[in-house]
Design a protein around this ligand. Structure first.
Ligand code: FAD
Length: 580
């Protein structure tokens, strides 16, 4: 029986490799693969050959309403809604693969469709009552209602708990007042998942989530924001003025809205991941074409080492992202309850891999890459947002590392309390101590234990698996050491926690790559999977060097000087020097 309460990464920080979670690499069943292939083909038939339109909508900063009708007709707003309610009934993996295909053509279109399912109506799917689902599912599936997620306010960005919008209990309804900013799909949505304060404890708001519809008196939206990228997708303010929200529109538990918001964001991240893979595949196609066609110094530029380095790296980044996106989406589908750390890792890795890829593809195109006639600069502008929204990558790095350290701290606390109570509960106490001592000994000596091995990786990947095992021991030892050194003050040690998070990101993605390449070797043989073996070799070499450098820098660094220089700039409100 699978233990679906396990989180691969949270276990890893305690030094335990729960390899059953990631092996074997998920494979779609024949029926599901056939359905998705048909959807992917029809996405292509809808969006192929429309590049000029997408470019024009980017310049105009708007998507025509007739095109939204085409998306509706196509059923693209019903991807995650059950079939009996008129949707496609897709799980996370199928959903993410479909968004990949849309994003290959245009990011604004992908975000219009993606924000609806990933965050706009995800709360209804996760927390809605049967009655709420019956009321809205069919309209949402047909795109008769497009959905938006309303959390951010001028004073509440990363610090979502400081939302000021209020919902006051007035007996048969809640009275909603406040204003939200930068709401994706704001201008075209009719269904809003809104977060508002319903109580206050120690100056901090207790949030609740509500379903609010456009037809409720007092709901209004502002004009489209003039954005850097995703210009054809609607982003607006949404304002609520004395909106009477019926009691039955409360979504999830009263005062439990913060958790609802975080779960929606965690669950919806496979959409962002799928989109990034689609954009990377397109960029690799463009870069490979340009590298082989453009001649300089009497030969195709693709012959030069520096161009090969860029394109080869794009392939590694894309393969690694696809492995991590696929595995993580499948974990949610297979019922794993806690994938929040893994999902955060996927969001960070995929958004940064796409940014690198877009930047290097543009560089490969030279001056042409800078021209608006070609798609590179638009893709670069469009993809920048992925590092900011749905939790900035900085905040998610803190979340990843602090969640892991909290687990380690919890174990240490259990250990110290068992030490105190050792004579009351000798067996439990000695058991915990023995377990901890054994794990510490293992981190120091590398002696094998039941959970210290990545034995499911193919034998051809043994060197990479050994690297993973070594780095896992180092990670657990480092987490333990950081916590002993800083205790609860670790929360303020962002330089160190960032490095720990970066190691965790590399280790998770490496494990996903090893799982995927193992599966490729098993199905295609070593020769058939040769190129994928190269990916594993390159990625593990790079991840290993980054991780070792991050570990080293936790102790050897210039962090204090860097902080002083930041304060130097704050004091002067700018840079201090000139050569004049
Ligand atoms: C195009 C677009 C679409 C969007 N769509 C939606 C939407 O549909 N719904 C919605 O609710 N929101 C949406 N947002 C808002 C988005 O989620 C927020 O912009 C994001 O959460 C960051 O908040 P902020 O912009 O207020 O930045 P801030 O929170 O002010 O952060 C500024 C910087 O400080 C860093 N920072 C903040 N706190 C800390 C800390 N404790 N430690 C270290 N660093 C820190 C951040 O990482 C960031 O780099 C959208 C934004 C944009 C631009």
């Amino acid at each position: 029986m699978t233990d679906t309460s396990i989180s691969f990464m949270r276990s890893l920080c305690g030094g335990e490799i729960e390899q059953e979670v990631l092996f074997p690499f998920p494979r779609l069943g024949p029926a599901e693969a056939e359905t998705i292939a048909a959807v992917v083909d029809s996405v292509d038939s809808l969006l192929e050959g429309r590049a000029e339109e997408f470019r024009a909508w980017d310049v105009a900063g708007e998507m025509p309403s007739e095109f939204l009708d085409e998306l509706r007709e196509f059923g693209l707003f019903g991807l995650i809604i059950p079939e009996e309610a008129g949707g496609m009934g897709f799980g996370n993996l199928a959903y993410s693969r479909t968004l990949q295909q849309v994003a290959r053509h245009d990011a604004s279109v992908a975000v219009t469709v993606g924000a609806h399912s990933s965050i706009g109506m995800r709360g209804l799917k996760l927390y809605g009552t049967e009655e709420q689902k019956a009321r809205y599912y069919e309209k949402l599936a047909r795109g008769e209602m497009i959905a938006a997620f309303c959390l951010t306010e001028p004073g509440a960005g990363s610090d979502a708990a400081s939302v000021r919008t209020t919902a006051i209990d007035r007996g048969d309804h809640f009275l909603l007042n406040g204003s939200k900013i930068w709401i994706t799909n704001g201008g075209i949505a009719d269904f809003f998942t809104v977060f508002a304060r319903t109580a206050e404890v120690d100056g901090k708001g207790k949030l609740s989530a509500f379903i609010v519809t456009r037809d409720m008196p007092g709901v209004s939206v502002g004009p489209h924001e003039d954005k850097m990228g995703l210009r054809a997708n609607s982003t607006t303010t949404v304002t609520f003025e004395d909106v009477r929200v019926p009691k039955e529109n409360l979504l999830g538990p009263l005062h439990g809205g913060f958790k609802v918001a975080m779960n929606i964001l965690n669950n919806g991240r496979s959409g962002v991941g799928g989109g990034t893979v689609g954009a990377m595949k397109r960029l690799i196609g463009l870069a490979a074409q340009h590298a082989t066609q453009r001649k300089q110094f009497g030969q195709p530029i693709g012959n030069f080492g520096l161009i090969k380095q860029k394109v080869g790296q794009m392939v590694v980044d894309c393969y690694a992202t696809e492995a991590a996106v696929t595995l993580t989406a499948a974990l949610t589908d297979r019922g794993y309850e806690d994938t929040s750390v893994e999902s955060a890792i996927v969001k960070i890795f995929s958004s940064e891999a796409l940014w690198r890829t877009a930047d290097e593809a543009l560089q490969t195109a030279g001056g042409g890459g800078y021209m608006r006639e070609l798609p590179y600069e638009r893709i670069l502008r469009d993809c920048r947002i992925n590092r900011i929204w749905e939790g900035t990558n900085d905040i998610l790095r803190l979340y990843i590392a602090l969640t892991a350290l909290n687990d380690v701290g919890q174990r240490l606390k259990e250990m110290s309390s068992s030490l105190k109570g050792i004579f009351d509960h000798p067996i439990k106490g000695f058991g915990l101590l023995y377990d901890y001592a054994r794990r510490r000994a293992n981190w120091a000596t590398g002696l094998p234990t039941a959970k210290s091995s990545l034995s499911k990786a193919h034998l051809a990947l043994r060197p990479q698996a050994e690297l993973f095992e070594d780095l896992t021991r180092d990670l657990a030892a480092m987490a333990d050491r950081l916590l002993r050194k800083h205790g609860k003050h670790i929360i303020g040690k962002q330089f160190a926690t960032r490095r720990l998070a970066d190691v965790m990101i590399d280790l998770y993605v490496l494990a996903c790559v090893l799982s995927r390449v193992t599966s490729a070797i098993e199905t295609k043989g070593l020769d058939g999977a040769q190129a994928e073996l190269w990916v594993a070799q390159v990625f593990s070499g790079q991840a290993g060097r980054r991780a070792r450098s991050n570990f080293r820098q936790i102790d050897e660094n210039e962090d204090e000087q860097v902080k002083s220089l930041a304060e130097h700039a704050y004091e002067r409100q700018g840079y201090a020097w000139d050569i004049l």
